[in-house]
Design a protein around this ligand. Sequence first.
Ligand code: MG
Length: 261
Amino acid sequence: MPRPRHLLASPFPSALLLPALLLLAACTAAPAPTTAAPAVAAAAPAAVPYGDALHWARSSAEHEAVYLQTYRLAAERLRLRVEGLQPFTWAVSVDADETLLDNSLFEVEQHRAGTSYDEGAFSAWVRRGQAAALPGARDFLETVRGLGGKVAVVTNRSQAVCPETEANIRALRLPVDVVLCKPLEGPSDKAPRWQAIEQGRASKYLPPLDIVMWLGDNIQDFPTGSQAWRNAPPEQFGRFGDAWFLFPNPVYGSWQRNPQQ
Ligand SMILES: [Mg+2]
């Protein structure tokens, strides 16, 4: 790995040359200026490179492609799944972070500050409203709406920052009907919120809705989804690419608690 330039050896006069250079400098020195020279700006500290996972998420063509690909395939599949369904009787469940919203700038800032994730820092980031929309997200949500569906964002962001999350989503012009954050006292398990959508308790503006599709970047964004599935047979994953669509997240997730194999 190349070393940073400031760590490389630089040309330097040898001990023998130094007296001669000093004498030459004294002979050719310009008169002292009558005004103070401007201070030389201190060199900015060299940026510490972040890891490959965040590098991939921030800077790769593959990241762009896989989001566009997944959202396009989900839209195609959705058209088939909702054929014959009455408008406004069904919904799609979409996770927020790293599904609709790109928080990679927060990750970069955490890295540069030398700190690891904590909820307070993340809440401060959410309040800034600077999360960007991920590629393909808006087109997909507009397709859902165009087909007569409702969009429910089901996220484990805390209730404390739910209004700011809604504001960020609105500012990005993402068409969304309801945002369900993690209950203050409740579990992070999303199943009760999916049940509320299906029973018409998610919002006073929404009737009971059949959820026909789930999208997320964490296995737990899907009903009964669990890291225990990592050793399951392919049949366990039969709904992926049909009603379930997963985005890769090598930066963080419930997978981090799994033992390495
Ligand atoms: Mg997520």
